[in-house]
Design a protein around this ligand. Structure first.
Ligand code: ADP
Ligand code: MG
Length: 379
């Protein structure tokens, strides 16, 4: 009986370990520094426990509102501080998990700063995209028994159309999102896939993507705030013993979440605003449906949620950065960002499982059950 006991214990430990990977969507809030030191900040207090208290300094008598997240990064947090909390997710990509990291917030709140870093910045200033790819190459290089191949795609979603940012003539290509028949992943089979061998390769690809993004719509300034840009990193691993893992890392810089005053917007501007509102509210709907454990999750209502389907649902890990501009002028948008992010943090994803391990979990569950039965008989 003690042998059985031991075996049960070991299996349960393993199972618990796998269960630990289950979790809510992680939500981090990041507050950028005040630009104008004469302006007043709406941030009253940042707690070590992931809480943030905000108020309207023009109405000091009004109630303060508190929101809770997994972590709050204040204006003094460095790119390194932020990446340190993100790094474990990158490790799990190499282990075969799908991971989606996205930046949410109004225009000017620091989304691109977090994901890309300031243009021309030093290495310490580099954003998550750079650090993540750097780590992916490093970690995959340390696994002696597995050979990894890393490919990237880069697309943008603008007015509900997906465009390839790495194609020669990116303005010509409208991409279809398709379901991969072998693993159910959402894929963009027609988007250019670049095999990358180093972080430099990725940086060059991202530069090309950014150039394509900017150049094809010179007439519209600040286009980047009105489209979602998505860097898709495909990690393919082949072990010496023939074991194969395929995982995806999605790095998403979302369109600005600010409400556009519809009475003022007309023509193209109105159309853009409607598309942005639609895709961000679809993202919210998907998150709410996941939080309520609804049987139907409305992924198909926007290109964004359709493409991210497999990293918003069960078999994936997700991290959202909610960005805040601390200026008093942004208070209304700040509250709406915090509410959106708070809602996201209540979502419980199913047990995240590496793409190679789903059968293992099932086997373990069965083993635990049969060992429990055997143990019961012995006693
Ligand atoms: P968004 O992409 O949300 O529109 P940006 O990332 O472009 O916003 O940020 C707007 C400006 O604020 C940029 O000049 C950026 O360098 C600066 N900025 C954003 N976040 C920070 C930060 N944490 N520290 C210093 N500067 C920041
Ligand atoms: Mg930006």
């Amino acid at each position: 009986a003690s042998r059985y006991n031991q075996a049960v214990k070991e299996n349960i430990n393993l199972y618990n370990m796998l269960q630990e990977l289950r979790g809510n969507i992680r939500v981090f809030c990041r507050i950028r520094p005040l630009f104008d030191s004469n302006s007043r900040s709406t941030i009253d207090y940042i707690g070590e426990d992931g809480s943030v208290m905000v108020f309207d300094p023009l109405k000091p008598q009004s109630t303060r509102k508190v929101f809770h997240f997994n972590k709050v990064f204040g204006p003094k947090a460095t790119q390194g501080d932020v990446y340190k909390e993100t790094q474990s997710l990158i490790r799990s990509v190499v282990d075969g998990y799908n991971v989606c990291i996205f930046a949410y917030g109004q225009t000017g709140s620091g989304k691109t700063h977090t994901m890309y870093g300031p243009s021309g910045g030093s290495v310490q200033d580099k954003g998550i995209n750079y650090m993540a790819l750097n780590d992916l190459f490093y970690i995959s290089g340390t696994r002696e028994n597995v050979k990894y191949q890393i490919n990237v795609q880069m697309v943008e979603i603008y007015n509900e159309q997906v465009r390839d940012l790495l194609a020669e003539d990116s303005s010509a290509t409208r991409l279809e999102i398709r379901t991969c028949t072998s693993n159910g992943q959402m894929t963009l089979p027609d988007a250019k896939m670049l095999l990358v061998g180093s972080t430099e390769d990725v940086i060059n690809a991202m530069k090309l993507g950014e150039t394509n993004r900017a150049s094809s719509f010179t007439a519209m300034n600040d286009r980047s705030s009105r489209s979602h840009s998505i860097l898709i990193v495909h990690v393919h691993g082949e072990g010496d013993s023939g074991e194969v893992t395929n995982s995806c890392l999605y790095l998403v810089d979302l369109a600005g979440s600010e409400r556009v005053d519809r009475s003022e917007a007309t023509g193209d501007r109105l159309k853009e605003a409607q598309h942005i509102n639609k895709s961000l509210s679809c993202l919210g709907d998907v998150i709410t449906a996941l939080a309520q454990k609804n049987s139907h999750i409305p992924y198909r209502n926007s290109k964004l949620t359709q493409l991210l389907q497999k990293s918003l649902g069960g078999n994936a890990k997700m991290l959202m950065f909610a960005h805040i501009s601390p200026e008093v002028e942004s208070f209304t948008e700040t509250i709406s960002t915090l509410k959106f992010a708070q809602r996201a943090s209540t979502v419980e994803l199913g047990a995240a499982c590496a793409n190679k391990e789903s059968n293992e979990i099932r086997d373990l569950k069965e083993q635990i059950e049969s060992l429990k039965k055997a143990l019961a008989k012995k006693e």
